[in-house]
Design a protein around this ligand. Structure first.
Ligand SMILES: C[S@@+](CC[C@H](N)C(=O)[O-])C[C@H]1O[C@@H](n2cnc3c(N)ncnc32)[C@H](O)[C@@H]1O
Length: 311
């Protein structure tokens, strides 16, 4: 029996999951239809996962990427009641676009299963040997001397993305944040701002255009006992000893004068969200103010940094 199936003593089901097998060409239509049928969530995975027919989504180095998507997908949708799940299955089966698709079945899903399945996907993430990002349901590893507690949520930044990891490594290894004012521009979950605080920043401002990210940053900071100010971009005022921005190349180019304007004399600018091939255009965009260098690289992403001359 799989983790999500109910047994006789397992208690009441919280949701009902409708599972479908769908050829790649139909996945988008089927997902849209499930959303229109008020599914609470829709997930798509490789129907052939863990079998010899499993299909990679990303190409090997120096190989062309495979066609996007899997050849056969398993689409699962959660509904509040069994009746809703069965009705959705019945409605889909009479649609033209459902040709070639199959209904696998409807099964109950319990609260505990859902939590366990989600949690199983998030393990502690090492940033350096002794600095770890640890979900709240895990014990920190024995070697972790600095820990940030962070659970997956709506805002970007759980420490699993290379761009976030490179910024965190820079904060941990460079030693530049200690005793300084730090600005995290585009804070997402607040992970960089919290790391700056953990590594001794004197004051931390975290800003984001997304109000949900600002809320997430406040909640995560409170859960970690970290003091910081979080708010919209206007919250950033004056000069900072370290300015961190993990956004993407295009907004980073637009933000160049603003971000450089916040870097104090002797201060550092740390930029991520940049692909290796974008190094030249970023260097050119920042050249009027600061000379960016590539400081780190991981999985095709680079970290670019610059230091303003001391006054
Ligand atoms: C890739 S996430 C980075 C989150 C986190 N700092 C990290 O390193 O994991 C980028 C964040 O920047 C925010 N953002 C995008 N454009 C922005 C802008 N022009 N001003 C402020 N925040 C912005 C997004 O809302 C998002 O939360």
């Amino acid at each position: 029996m799989s983790a999500a199936e109910s047994g006789p003593d397992d208690g009441a089901a919280r949701w009902h999951e409708l599972a479908l097998r769908v050829p790649e060409a139909r996945v988008e239509e089927v997902c849209e239809a499930l959303e229109a049928l008020e599914a609470l969530s829709v997930a798509v995975e490789d129907a052939d996962a863990d079998t010899p027919a499993e299909h990679a989504l990303f190409g090997e180095p120096d190989q062309p990427p495979p066609a996007a998507g899997w050849q056969r997908s398993r689409v699962t949708a959660l509904f509040d009641t069994e009746a809703q799940a069965r009705e959705a299955a019945a409605l889909l089966q009479v649609q033209d676009f459902f040709d070639g698709c199959d209904v696998e079945g409807v099964r109950p899903v319990r609260d505990a299963d859902w939590v366990r399945l989600t949690q199983a996907q998030f393990e502690p993430v090492p940033i350096t040997d002794d600095f770890w990002i640890v979900p709240s349901w895990h014990e920190p590893p024995a070697q972790a001397r600095t820990v940030l507690r962070l659970d997956p949520g709506l805002a970007f930044g759980t420490g699993t993305h290379p761009t976030t990891r490179m910024c965190l490594r820079w904060i941990a290894r460079h030693g530049a944040v200690a005793g300084r004012r730090v600005l995290d521009y585009g804070c997402g979950s607040g992970i960089l701002a919290m790391a700056a605080a953990r590594f001794g920043a004197a004051e931390v401002d975290a800003v984001d255009i997304d109000p949900a990210a600002v809320e997430a940053t406040r909640a995560n900071a409170a859960a970690n006992g970290v003091a910081l100010r979080a708010g919209p971009p206007e919250l950033a005022q004056g000069a900072y000893g370290v300015v961190l921005a993990n956004i993407l190349a295009t907004p980073l180019k637009v933000l160049a004068p603003l971000l450089c304007g916040h870097v104090a004399p002797g201060g550092h600018l740390v930029l991520a969200g940049i692909l290796e091939r974008q190094a030249g255009e970023l260097r050119a965009a920042y050249a009027p103010w600061l000379a960016l260098q590539v400081a780190d690289a991981e999985d095709g992403w680079i970290l670019m940094t610059a230091q303003r001359a001391a006054a």
